[in-house]
Write a protein that binds this ligand. Structure first.
Ligand code: FEO
Ligand code: CA
Ligand code: CA
Ligand code: CA
Length: 675
């Protein structure tokens, strides 16, 4: 029963030093414990994980590559929702990807065709998990195998399509001849949490899983080829993991593998109902899951557009105002979006019993916008509405047919509207105290954004070598923030500035380390971003901003990390002009932009084990338990030569294949974490 100062003005922990140790390091006075690891059995009757490549039935286990995550409270017993519970809840978890070698006895079996036994494990390691977690009276957390709401959602789980794309010809497949259903979700990166008790999971790098054979363009319309190229469903690609090569022992299972091949079968009906030619259009969406109803079919919310969705973060819900969701499209040179519902928020809906019906009300009708950041420090939200402006059948770049076509090809629509190309938009976070929106731009490189390609919102170009290798571009990334006009998330204009630039403390203070970082807070490649819950002692007065890294530019010095900040407000920085440097010593002056001055409160809270990224974070409502995900430790190794032994190394054990896992962090005096 520690005393906690309410809304303190300063961070209350000692910075963790950069390091390359094979453990999770947290500040003095804190404890870290491992909660939920790759392969842990979550359904009743599933055997303990051997972690030697012999395990099966991943649809009943934790998947791999833990990513976005949220804690949903449960009452002390039963399956009843309790938003105030800090002792029992559901963790809803994205399993974004796999480190395939560790899933098999001797790594991935070589050959032009994949073994069905290996492919099915890899497929089921993707998706989402719902798992019950409880805090013992002695304070420790554990997950509950066989919890009543425990569930895996995988790339094979039935889904329904909602919103303007439902029933469109472009999502008709062999699985759903009327284009209203589909199977599965994949590469689930980050997330969003709705006030009505549901979870949004976002499909990011889905394009790379698909095979599209050489010559397929000849069987496609010119428009389809343009769209495939824009999204990266590449002609001639075998598809990540080559799942389409599997011949299933049981013919009834063949579709599990064949659906990853979107090549036109010219012997089949031309509308896509006989083959998988349209299957790639089934991915790239935001998917809503009701964690409190294990039998509810997830719904793909097509009104929010199709892209490399990082996440979908709601603006603060305000009665009478339309719910708004901010969304990054994480690829080099892609855009930042928001969705504005058509329906004003009725606070009574937060307690409705049919959660997905509330989702239908707010998420299936609305306006999708893309951001243009102007050098004046102002910005404009450009609407992606068919039939307005250039989004018509007469467009010379791409002839849009209807609103479904605009949404399926969101990137093409944003291109023709003149949105601002960004340095890889990752997570967004909304300040619960004032509604300001923060967005991580994780990094960019010179080949995708050359010296002459900077703009005021993406202003740096320089070299941060890794070892001996040059690394030109914006290798350390930055964080932009927006303040909507009139503090109204429905606004169509905004003010923006740059809150924070990643950099090593040793880099040039004028043009690179513009935020004045020192050894207690220097970092690179911001990715995960999250504001502390308004319900904890930091409250609505001084909410903490958490920043997580997914880095390749600073990993010669330190493993990836998580920092905490007290971030100030939009417009508290100074106007700046910098000189950029490109290859061969070329220089260019970047036009003036507003960036936050040094002196901010920002401190390193955690450093992860070897080769991991830190991504995914939530806390209990009281802020006294923090859940954090450690993704792909030892990802460069193999079963016989693992390059990390985490989480075993956390307790001093020297052996064991590395596993992505959720950790729990608590303050030893029982207080609110970081205060
Ligand atoms: Fe899955 Fe953009 O990180
Ligand atoms: Ca990742
Ligand atoms: Ca990410
Ligand atoms: Ca990333």
């Amino acid at each position: 029963n520690a005393t906690v100062t309410v809304s303190p003005a300063a961070l209350g922990f000692t910075a963790v030093s950069k390091n390359k140790n094979d453990i999770v390091t947290v500040p003095e006075g804190y404890t870290v414990s491992v909660l939920y690891r790759l392969g842990d059995p979550i359904l009743a009757g599933v055997a303990a994980y051997a972690n030697n490549g012999t395990d099966t039935n991943f649809a009943g286990r934790a998947g791999d590559h833990h990513d976005g995550m949220a804690y949903f409270g449960l009452a002390a017993t039963g399956a009843t929702r309790d938003d105030n519970s800090s002792t029992r809840g559901l963790l809803v978890m994205n399993h974004e990807n796999i480190t395939a070698p560790y899933l098999h006895v001797n790594g991935v079996t070589a050959g032009a065709t994949r073994l069905e036994s290996e492919a099915i494990k890899e497929i089921e390691c993707h998706g989402v998990a719902v798992v019950e977690v409880t805090r013992a009276t002695t304070g420790g957390w554990s997950y509950v195998q066989g919890g009543a709401l425990n569930r895996r959602v995988t790339p094979l789980t039935p889904m329904v399509f909602n919103g303007p794309v439902r029933g469109d010809d472009q999502i008709k497949t062999v699985y759903s001849a009327n284009g209203t259903a589909g199977r599965g979700t994949i590469n689930n990166c980050a997330n969003g949490v709705n006030a009505w008790g549901t979870y949004l999971t976002c499909e990011e790098n889905w394009a790379g899983y698909f095979r599209r054979a050489a010559g397929d363009n000849a069987n496609r319309t010119a428009k389809q080829v343009v769209a495939f190229n824009r999204y990266g469903v590449t002609q001639g690609a075998a598809g990540a993991n080559n799942w389409a090569s599997v011949t299933a022992a049981n013919a009834a299972d063949q579709a599990n593998f064949s659906k990853w091949n979107v090549t036109v079968d010219t012997t089949k009906a031309a509308d896509g109902t006989g083959d998988y030619r349209n299957e790639a259009n089934q991915y790239g969406w935001v998917v809503e899951i009701d964690p409190y109803n294990a039998s509810a079919t997830p719904r793909k919310r097509t009104a929010l557009g199709r892209m490399g969705h990082e996440g979908a973060w709601p603006a603060n819900f305000v009665a009478g105002r339309k719910p708004v969701f901010y969304m990054g499209d994480d690829s080099r040179g892609e855009y930042f979006y928001k969705f504005v519902s058509n329906t004003p928020w009725n606070a009574a809906d937060a307690n409705a019993t049919d959660h997905l019906a509330v989702g239908d009300k707010y998420l299936d009708n609305g306006t999708l916008y893309v951001a243009r950041f102007d050098a004046t420090g102002q910005g404009v939200w450009l609407p992606l509405v068919f039939g307005t402006g250039v989004l018509t059948a007469a467009n010379p770049t791409y002839a849009f047919a209807n609103q479904a076509d605009v949404l399926i090809n969101t990137r093409l629509a944003a291109d023709v509207l003149g949105a601002t190309k960004m340095d890889r938009p990752e997570w967004a976070a909304v300040n619960p105290a004032n509604g300001e929106v923060y967005l991580t731009l994780t990094n960019n490189n010179a080949s995708n954004r050359p010296l002459a390609g900077t703009n005021a919102a993406n202003p740096r170009h320089y070299n941060d070598p890794v070892g001996a290798a040059n690394n030109f571009g914006n290798p350390n990334g930055h964080v932009v923030r927006l303040k909507e006009a009139g503090n109204n998330p429905e606004a169509t204009t905004f003010q923006w500035d740059i809150y924070l630039f990643g950099a090593g403390a040793d880099l040039d203070a004028t043009n690179i380390n513009i935020s004045g970082l020192d050894t207690s807070n220097d970092f690179s490649s911001p990715d995960g971003l999250w504001f502390s819950r308004p319900s904890n002692a930091g409250g609505l007065v001084n909410p903490l901003l958490w920043i997580q890294t997914d880095d390749g530019a600073y990993t010669d010095v330190t493993n990836c990390m998580m920092l905490a900040a007290m971030p100030g407000t939009v417009g508290d920085g100074a106007a700046r002009t910098i000189t950029n440097t490109g290859t061969g010593g070329a220089t260019a002056t970047q036009a003036t932009f507003v960036g936050k001055a040094p002196g901010m409160q920002l401190r390193r809270f955690l450093v992860g084990p070897k080769e991991c990224e830190i991504t995914g974070i939530d806390s209990t409502p009281d802020g006294r338990t923090l859940f954090v995900n450690i993704q792909h430790p030892g990802e460069l190794g193999s079963p016989n030569t693992p390059t990390s032994n985490w989480p075993y190394s956390q307790s001093g054990t020297a052996a064991g294949r590395p596993r992505s896992a959720t950790v729990v962090i608590t303050k030893n005096d029982g207080g609110v974490v970081a205060l």
